[in-house]
Design a protein around this ligand. Structure first.
Ligand code: SF4
Length: 254
């Protein structure tokens, strides 16, 4: 049986494929709208299993929509991103509560020892980054606490923002680290657009379901979520309040 998210995928791909040579101009809006509806409907009835299923489906929706768009309009330049290249893992990352809770659940499932280690890394990073904006974070260049040996330790569960980040010039990424003024990056805009559309759809679906704040800063959100044995239940009951992790950049971008 096709789920709500599966149905929106079919529609998004249909829009993306509508034009003969290029993706349909409004594929981002269609994708975001479909995700918004699916998330708003799913949130009131979430339990842990359903949350993990929803996230898997949303990641799949985004990946499939991206593949459909790439088939129509491939990148002009080779994307330089590869395992071990992690300049973008030193920047400000925004997430929805769904992503933060899903990540916290995945990290908890790795056992007590691994959990204690990641809690320590997150707490240390949080002490340096709490309340800081994206510009300060560019200068600080603090590595994400989920980055281990130059690789993302939660790659399959990584946030939409991380999935959309890309560059055709790793040297430009390197030169941009730790600077106050931004270095222009040649990026593949469809990759950014597709994953941002799914993230924005999820964020607005959360608002429709009454969840606030709906966009958070990753490290602060993880710091809060990892303190709870069952972060989903704690969030649903109000015991886990993401307000201190509210993304101050969201109003500028979302
Ligand atoms: S979650 Fe993974 S991909 Fe995203 S910033 Fe952290 S280490 Fe990098």
């Amino acid at each position: 049986m096709q789920t709500a998210a599966g149905a929106l995928l079919a529609r998004a791909i249909g829009v993306a494929m509508a034009a003969p040579k290029t993706p349909g101009p409004d594929y981002s809006a269609v994708l975001a709208k479909g995700v918004r509806g699916a998330v708003a409907k799913a949130v009131p009835a979430l339990d842990g299993e359903r949350l993990d299923g929803l996230m898997t489906e949303l990641f799949g929706v985004a990946d499939s929509a991206f593949a459909a768009v790439v088939a129509k309009d491939p990148p002009r330049r080779t994307i330089a991103c590869k395992a071990g290249c992690a300049y973008c893992c030193h920047l400000y990352v925004q997430v929805t509560p769904l992503e933060a809770i899903h990540l916290a659940r995945a990290l908890r499932a790795r056992g007590a020892e691994a959990l204690a280690a990641v809690q320590e890394r997150v707490a240390a990073a949080h002490r340096k980054t709490a309340g800081k904006d994206a510009e300060y974070r560019n200068l600080l260049a603090e590595p994400c606490p989920l980055l281990q040996d130059g690789q993302c330790s939660v790659y399959a569960e990584r946030p939409f923002a991380c999935r959309g980040a890309n560059s055709a010039d790793a040297d430009a990424c390197r030169r941009g680290m730790g600077r106050s003024s931004s270095v222009p990056l040649p990026t593949f805009v469809h990759q950014r657009n597709v994953y941002a559309a799914v993230e924005n759809g999820a964020a607005h679906g959360l608002l429709d379901a009454g969840a606030r704040p709906n966009v958070l800063e990753l490290i602060a959100a993880l710091h809060l979520a990892l303190a709870h044995e069952d972060p989903l239940r704690a969030w649903q009951s109000g015991e886990l309040d993401f307000e201190p992790a509210r993304c101050r950049e969201a109003g500028k971008r979302v």
